[in-house]
Design a protein around this ligand. Structure first.
Ligand code: IPM
Ligand code: MG
Length: 365
């Protein structure tokens, strides 16, 4: 069976870390005898510079024709001009919307060997293992009206938090399906006491959970959640929330892993129970401060390739083998700069990729 994978390296450290994820997928082809067909597309600031737009119809068509998309990062200071609305990130928004990638899965866990890298005390982060399900094609990012205009008193702008019951229901279903294979607990995060859209969110979430009698779904206000996440992160299993809240809380949750460089993500267009088209990217973004230095942590990108294998290609054994290789290289004490500490071995982006691939390839049976 041939699988088609679109590769969008993008900006900043995107190309560097994507290269390591590609090496990983090539090793998977070899060890398990699959055939992956990789096709490159241009995206983000690179696409603005070369073609005048963050993503072209051609690149979008390439993604539409693929089983999965491996994505690096989009954006950078070069394209940070607040006076124009032409931004590299629009490539992501267009991909999310036009490929209907409504469910963004962001697994966050603590790694025992990286306990000391978290700004939180080890006894607080130890054992944390959460999967965030962030709604990705609605809410404040896409709701209408969304515009800016001139008034006699000056400039004005509006974004809208807008959700339909269908949009809420499908993402809550994703959360419940994930919880069924985990600790069967879902916390839905909203701002019920202030927002009408949150009241609908809460109501629909409760209704959907009725179809999952084995799953316990509870609700938490966003401000309470922001605090509970760092006070007692081990209380959470699956967390489902809106696009905007999810964006904020997943960066906050990154402190549990010790580094943003450890966090993968999957953006899916269907339930995680069968094969579904998805876009896979590390959550760290383009990281302009370290671009081109060869020090970026490729593990988030490599772990994203494991999610790609699992959710879009249905290759669970392969996905687990990739994740185990990452764990074993960490156990052996190899670290990129972001997770380095005294007594461990500092390695570059490429060396880390080679180590994980080497570990993976050395595995017998
Ligand atoms: C993320 C990122 C994006 C978002 C940016 C790059 C537009 O922060 O995926 O979390 O806000 O969705
Ligand atoms: Mg974000």
């Amino acid at each position: 069976m041939t699988y088609r994978i679109a590769v969008l390296r993008g900006d900043g450290i995107g190309p560097e870390v994507t290269d390591e994820a590609l090496k990983m997928l090539q090793a998977v082809q070899q060890r398990f005898g699959h055939e992956f067909c990789f096709e490159e597309g241009i995206v983000g600031g690179a696409s603005i510079d070369a073609l005048g737009v963050p993503i072209t119809d051609d690149t979008l068509a390439l993604c539409q024709d693929s089983d999965a998309i491996l994505f690096g990062a989009a954006g950078g200071p070069r394209w940070d001009d607040a006076s124009t609305d032409l931004r590299p990130e629009q490539a992501l928004f267009r991909l999310r919307k036009e490929l209907n990638l409504f469910a963004n899965l962001r697994p966050v866990r603590s790694y025992p060997m990286l306990d000391d890298k978290s700004p939180l005390r080890p006894e607080i982060v130890r054992g944390a293992d959460i999967i965030f399900v962030r709604e990705l094609t609605g809410g404040l990012y896409f709701g209408q009206p969304k515009k800016r205009w001139e008034t006699p008193e000056g400039r004005r702008a509006v974004d809208s938090e807008d959700y339909s019951e269908q949009e809420i229901a499908r993402v809550v279903r994703v959360a419940c399906e994930l919880a069924a294979n985990r600790r069967r607990n879902v916390v839905s995060v909203d701002k019920f006491n202030a927002l009408i859209s949150s009241r609908l969110w809460r109501q629909v979430a409760t209704e959907v959970s009725g179809a999952y009698p084995d799953i316990e779904l509870t609700h938490m206000l966003a401000d309470t959640f922001a605090m509970q996440l760092i006070v007692r992160p081990t209380q959470f299993d699956v967390v489902v929330t809106t696009n905007m809240f999810g964006d904020i809380f997943t960066d906050e949750a990154a402190v549990l892993s010790g580094s943003m460089g450890m966090l993968p993500s999957a953006s899916l267009s269907g339930l995680p129970t069968g094969r579904t088209r998805g876009l896979y990217e590390p959550i760290h973004g383009s990281a302009p401060d370290i671009t081109g230095k060869g020090i970026a942590n490729p593990l988030a990108a490599i772990l994203s390739s494991a999610l790609l294998l699992r959710y879009s290609l249905g290759l669970n054994e392969e996905a687990e083998a990739v994740e185990q290789s990452v764990m074993s290289v960490l156990e052996q004490g190899y670290r990129t700069s972001d997770i380095f500490s005294e007594g461990t071995t500092r390695v570059s982006t490429r060396e880390m990729g080679d180590l994980v691939v080497g570990r993976f390839a050395a595995h017998k049976g």
